[in-house]
Design a protein around this ligand. Sequence first.
Ligand code: ZN
Length: 294
Amino acid sequence: MKTFAAIEAGGTKFVCGTGSGPHNLTTTVIPTTTPAETIARCLEFFQATGPLEAIGIGSFGPVDLDESSPTWGHITTTPKAGWQFTDLAGAFSRALNIPVGFDTDVNAAALAESRWGAARSLANCVYLTVGTGIGGGALVNGKLLHGLVHPEMGHIRIPHDFAADPFPGVCPFHGDCLEGLASGTALRARWGDNAPQFPPDHPAWKLEARYLALAVANFVFTLSPERIILGGGVMHQTHLFPLIHTELAAILNQYVQAPQLLNSIHEYVVPPGLGPNSGIFGAFALAQEAACHF
Ligand code: ZN
């Protein structure tokens, strides 16, 4: 049995795991402090395990995914203090002397959901996380979407009716982009810190569902995914899903002729099949791929 290492690298914590399969991972959680301290504590965990085949890292970003770039595997211009231009992939592959797979946290989650979760056996899916920020990853024709750098789905522009919602948005770069209007940070800024406790019939949720449905419609129109998975802290409000389905059906207006959208939209926009494990399972999948490609 080959043992793989996996890291879900987040802005507040690093989840590290080792195991021979996604369902038998031994995990530990390490707080994100300085790069030197956080990486050293992860390495201690991995070095206490037996021989490792490869490591996979799904990271917060932005990150450099261009394999011809001298800064491939680095976190680049993140606002996270102290983490700008941190060579994450290099630090682990050199210290452990094993192949490394590296991608965004949301691409990793999309990969895991397509292997073992809600998009199982589908070659085209989108994973959108709606939490403190908003980010999206995509599997297109069976491959994770990179392109110029990697998609920044949280920053798409959506219609903003200032009469219905005068809130200016919280994105430091764009104001009222999707993340600026619909992230958990935006919800708290617009409605107050008790927003997560609002009852399901509060107008906050109808507005949130409207914005997320607009975003989902844009992904339907551009990437034509076979399923869209909505994860992250805000989506723990599971009553949002039926609101999003209704809004999405109205926005699409039967234009896209696919039975998934016309007849079973509630099975098209779904929560993660892997619950909170999409990220770490995805990092595990990246390790498996790194071992194959080495
Ligand atoms: Zn933005």
